[in-house]
Design a protein around this ligand. Structure first.
Ligand code: SF4
Length: 332
């Protein structure tokens, strides 16, 4: 790891001022992504800003609160373990609790924060090996994954420049729940719908989200719970623990007298961002809660899949994962 300067601002304005002064500075909280990448020389910041002290002056950063509209607000520095064991979150948003419990290891979850989970970087092996070409790490250098080993790579939302998956489990549930990201920057506070937060790689895989310069994630807002009774998160991976998804699905259904009144579906392990399966949702809405419906929805979710030779299996695996999640959600 290369030497770097460490700042520990006391409050959010001080952190924002540091980010404005040094746009290349990197923000650290739990460090579960950034430190790994610094050790590998993938990230080489000269200046790191530790935002964990901010919670002393702004306790809402580590708070889980209920909103007047019946939703919940999760501070950006809330730990993943804290969220996973929160009884109200578990009751109102069980798919979110299940997704967090499916991610990483207990030790990593103890360190990881909500904001960091949102902003974690891909686990593409070529991205993490500085001897190999990678457009995300070095724009314009090429993509070693295309034509390479692609078992863990995406089949939805890819481009000719990058096919890396977004690695988060939590974000798949947040996509299905239609969360909102609250950010604060030099121009004040604004909100970003979850669907608009992460970006597809397109021609610029190095750009991964719509944060503006010197903005910090402050909180994640969840809408009032609508799918607690019929929801599920299913993850399929190569080993039982501490492995990233080959395919995952977060599902919320609103079912009345055997009919689906509303559906939310998001996929993980198969998309270049936490992938909202809108076509599947459309097909589910108004349909009968029955097994034929699940298969049709799963086929719709993967209709636009564009696999590489090494990951064609993911379209089938992804459909089966989604069917399982829909069955579990419907069963309640
Ligand atoms: Fe880099 Fe993306 Fe290609 Fe992986 S898939 S090597 S992250 S450009």
């Amino acid at each position: 790891m290369r030497p770097f300067d460490l700042s520990m601002p006391a409050d959010v304005p001080a952190a924002l001022a540091l980010l404005q002064q040094d746009p290349k500075a990197r923000v650290i909280a739990g460090g579960t992504t950034l430190l790994d990448l610094m050790k590998l020389d993938v990230e080489t910041p000269a200046h790191v800003i530790d935002i964990t002290p901010l919670a002393r002056r702004e306790p809402s950063l580590v708070a889980i609160t209920t909103l007047p509209n019946g939703g919940m607000r999760l501070g950006a520095l809330v730990g993943n373990t804290t969220l996973a064991v929160h009884p109200l979150v578990g009751t109102r948003y069980p798919m979110l609790t299940a997704a967090i419990e499916a991610g990483a290891s207990p030790q990593v979850r103890n360190m990881a924060t909500m904001g960091g989970n949102l902003l974690q970087r891909t686990r593409c092996y070529y991205f993490r090996d500085t001897t190999l070409a990678c457009n995300k790490r070095t724009p314009g250098s090429g993509c070693s994954a295309i034509g390479g080993h692609t078992r863990m790579h995406a089949i939805l939302g890819t481009s000719t420049h990058c096919i890396a998956t977004h690695p988060s489990d939590m974000c798949v549930a947040l996509a299905a729940l239609e969360a909102t990201i609250r950010v604060r920057g030099p121009a004040g506070e604004r909100t970003i719908p979850f669907e608009e937060f992460h970006t597809r790689p397109g021609d610029h895989p190095e750009i991964e989200n719509t944060l503006r310069p010197a903005e910090l994630v402050i909180a994640i807002d969840l809408p009032p719970p609508r799918f607690a009774r019929h929801s599920a998160y299913v993850k399929v991976r190569d080993r039982a623990s501490f492995a990233f998804a080959l395919a995952s699905a977060a599902v919320g259904l609103d079912i009345a007298t055997g009919k689906i009144r509303a559906a939310r579906v998001a996929l993980g392990g198969v998309g270049t961002k936490p992938w909202r399966a809108v076509a599947a949702e459309r097909l589910l809405t108004g349909a009968s809660a029955a097994s034929a419906t699940w298969q049709h929805a799963a086929e719709a979710a993967f209709a636009d899949a564009s696999p590489q030779p090494g990951n064609t299996f993911k379209a089938t695996l992804g459909q089966r994962t989604l069917v399982r999640a829909l069955e579990m959600a419907a069963a309640g």
